[in-house]
Ligand binder design. Structure first.
Ligand SMILES: NC(=O)c1ccc[n+]([C@@H]2O[C@H](COP(=O)([O-])OP(=O)(O)OC[C@H]3O[C@@H](n4cnc5c(N)ncnc54)[C@H](O)[C@@H]3O)[C@@H](O)[C@H]2O)c1
Length: 273
């Protein structure tokens, strides 16, 4: 019998985390999710068992608390003897013009979106090094590759996650540890529930953009599942986003910048166009 694989997903009670958990469950993986929302977490745990996971675990764990993630790592070491894939997925969104966003909102989003991922990598890397194997999947965003106006704090956290993952690729390959960074464009989830915006018009517009996404959370999860199986380092689920990223890398900057301005005009509240 082949060994049942093991995955741990932060922010697994909703949206992309839930879709990823179910995708792994359907493939027969043992799945652990962590979240702050216990009611949703427990309900997803039941869904995972129904979907075919041989074991499904929910932990209340806040990615801003190192001790919470350490408790998950200790439990999984004891329960499963290790881990195959870590998915640092928990995240929140923030929008606002540079002069309007408070420093406390900057600190809030950095603590979750960037340091939450750092904590996951820091705590699970020793387990992967001991095993001589493992795969770290960090959920960033196209916002980490392109520079969407009025989303500076979100963009900065996601760009830092891209840099962190690239660094770990170089640092950990000699230990048999793989990494992937995922950069999706908008897709519908519950991200709006925790989103902060310094302007109500911007929040409304962001909600519309989430709803207008061409792919579902399940589509994005499928592309991540396949990309990780291929050991892709960059996973860009949305084709249009990938085209813009290639344009940014290969076109003269002034040309790309004008092209990008035209594509982001729809991301301005009507009152500011
Ligand atoms: N939805 C999109 O359009 C989109 C696009 C690109 C990237 N992403 C990224 O995908 C990831 C998942 O987001 P989603 O869209 O599924 O949103 P979501 O709100 O549906 O799910 C995020 C989950 O993370 C949990 N969470 C938030 N803060 C946490 C914390 N401190 N500790 C533990 N759990 C916490 C939430 O409770 C929630 O269950 C995020 O990193 C997000 O930035 C989303």
């Amino acid at each position: 019998m082949t060994q049942q694989k093991r995955v741990f997903i932060t922010g697994g009670a909703s949206g992309l985390g839930r879709a990823l958990a179910l995708r792994h469950a359907r493939a027969g993986w043992r799945v652990c999710i962590a979240d702050l929302n216990d009611a949703r977490g427990e309900s997803v745990r039941q869904e995972l068992l129904s979907a075919g996971a041989p074991d499904a675990v929910y932990h209340h764990a806040d990615v801003t608390r190192e001790q919470d993630l350490q408790a998950v790592a200790d439990d999984l070491t004891q329960r499963w003897g290790g881990l195959d894939v870590l998915i640092n997925n928990a995240g929140v969104a923030q929008a606002g013009a540079i002069e309007d966003v408070t420093l406390s909102d900057w600190q809030w989003i950095i603590d979750i979106n960037l340091l939450g991922v750092v904590r996951g990598c820091k705590i699970f890397t020793p387990i992967f090094k001991r095993q001589g194997s493992g795969h770290i999947v960090n959920i960033a965003s196209m916002a980490g590759l392109l520079d969407v106006p009025r989303m500076a704090s979100y963009n900065v956290t996601k760009a830092a996650v891209v840099a962190l993952t690239g660094t770990l690729e170089q640092e950990l390959m000699e230990h048999g540890i793989h990494v992937s960074v995922v950069c999706p464009s908008f897709f519908q989830t519950n991200l709006e529930e925790t989103m902060r915006a310094s302007d109500p018009g911007l929040k409304k517009m962001m909600s519309k953009l989430l709803a207008s996404g061409k792919l579902s959370a399940e589509d994005v999860a499928e592309r991540i599942f396949q990309g990780v199986a291929r050991q892709d380092v960059h996973i860009l689920p949305h084709a249009a986003g990938e085209r813009l990223w290639l344009a940014k890398r290969y076109l003269p900057h002034s040309f790309y910048s004008r092209m990008f301005q035209r594509s982001v005009v729809r991301m301005k509240p009507r009152s500011q166009r």
